[in-house]
Design a protein around this ligand. Structure first.
Ligand code: SF4
Ligand code: SF4
Length: 178
């Protein structure tokens, strides 16, 4: 763990950081209803495949921050975006907390506030532009030709745009293009 990460983890909670209404905001969203059932057993973290390879990603901590009302801290946390949405935590939580869904709710809230890591904004922009999650280099296309492979199918950008209408990350893209 880097020194900076350690400092971040150890940062004291200041009373002004606590938003007592936040847990209710999360709990009224679909998937966030059982947030307050968490009793911090740590099963979600111990079974999470991402936590196994990360020194900072801990779903139990994310749930606790949400319970405590640390809205800014949790919404601005980069680790929030590391979840792979595999639902292992949800399956194994003894309290039936829908951990993966709570994380989705928190991500949606972060996106509403325009706090999305640049890499996801770029990915979303690429999907909107081409239908592919990343821009495929011209060189790769030429290589396909030389190997006698057919061109890649064109993404249905219109249909993607329709599906993404109203999705929070679109606001971040709109802000970016302003
Ligand atoms: S497994 Fe469930 S109860 Fe245990 S820490 Fe995770 S969310 Fe909380
Ligand atoms: S859904 Fe996310 S938090 Fe839960 S186990 Fe999978 S990667 Fe970890």
């Amino acid at each position: 763990m880097t020194e900076q990460e350690q400092k971040q983890q150890q940062k004291r909670i200041e009373p002004c950081e606590i938003n007592p209404k936040f847990k209710y905001e999360v709990a009224k969203m679909h998937g966030g209803e059982k947030l307050m059932r968490c009793f911090q057993c740590g099963t979600c973290t111990s079974d999470c495949p991402i936590a196994r390879f990360s020194e900072t990603y801990r779903p139990r901590q994310i749930i606790r921050m949400a319970q405590l009302g640390l809205k800014d801290r949790v919404l601005k946390s980069d680790t929030l975006w590391l979840c792979a949405a595999c639902f292992t935590c949800t399956d194994r939580c003894p309290q039936d907390v829908e951990v993966a869904s709570v994380i989705r709710v928190l991500r949606n809230m972060a996106a509403e506030e325009g706090v999305v890591p640049q890499v996801f904004i770029e990915e979303a922009a690429s999907i909107l532009e081409s239908g592919y999650a990343y821009r495929i280099p011209e060189l790769r296309m030429k290589k396909r030709e030389t190997l006698g492979l057919p061109p890649l199918p064109k993404g249905n950008v219109e249909s993607i745009r329709k599906s993404l209408r109203g999705v929070s990350i679109m606001k971040c893209l709109e802000k970016k293009s302003d």
